[in-house]
Design a protein around this ligand. Sequence first.
Ligand SMILES: Nc1ncnc2c1ncn2[C@@H]1O[C@H](COP(=O)(O)OP(=O)(O)O)[C@@H](O)[C@H]1O
Ligand SMILES: [Mg+2]
Length: 237
Amino acid sequence: MSVIFECEHLTVGYGKVSVARDVSLALSEREILAVLGPNGAGKTSLILTLAGLLVPMAGTIKLGGTVMKGGTARRLNSEGVVLVPDSRALFTAMSTRENLQIAAKSKGMSVAEVFDTFPSLATRAKIRAGMLSGGEQQMLAVARALVQGPKVLIVDEMSMGLAPIIVEQLMPKLRDVADSTGAAVVLVEQHVQLALEIADQALVLVHGEVALQGPAADIRADPRRLEVAYLGAGADG
Ligand SMILES: Nc1ncnc2c1ncn2[C@@H]1O[C@H](COP(=O)(O)OP(=O)(O)O)[C@@H](O)[C@H]1O
Ligand SMILES: [Mg+2]
């Protein structure tokens, strides 16, 4: 499998203050990376940089082997890097269908295909997005990314404000999306176990440092390593 999206020695921050340092990652088609870590660790800043919305302080981002200049969000988006922000950013006064139609691109899934993928959204096609439940809104935010035909789908805290049972239903959908569309997925998630179940790789960010990185299956098999990464080396002794 060839790498389609990668970053090398990426340091991100605001002004002169770095909030995530020396992050390297490489994703092939259909691969899911779970970005884990406590609040304030720098996860959102990292993925905003990956999506081109923040200019990196150091390091490179490559899409399909081509180096992307920092802060080129439009270029990255037109080349298939699609962000689902934690705010969801839906047009709340428009219907579910209109939210999808307005975002649709010819290379993406059709609205009908998206409704096949998310049947519960199909039943809500005419409902204003602002009237949907939290879980439905999140589904719509992901669906709106899919109609853009992402090569790289970046999802920030999909589960924010959702009941755990809803998260349990949503998470496997992302696995299906990666498998069926071939998109690489970068997923920031607080539900660590659920994320590790669908992910291929994981990266734990703590205070802006990469505390643990590797195959998701290895990290799942050794929860102690994860605990130590979250709590710091002090938890080991
Ligand atoms: N726009 C900003 N300007 C300055 N600092 C910011 C900004 N956004 C976030 N930060 C800081 O960057 C750090 C990492 O935040 P964030 O990337 O949101 O972490 P996470 O998503 O892991 O909770 C925090 O200390 C936060 O206060
Ligand atoms: Mg965040």
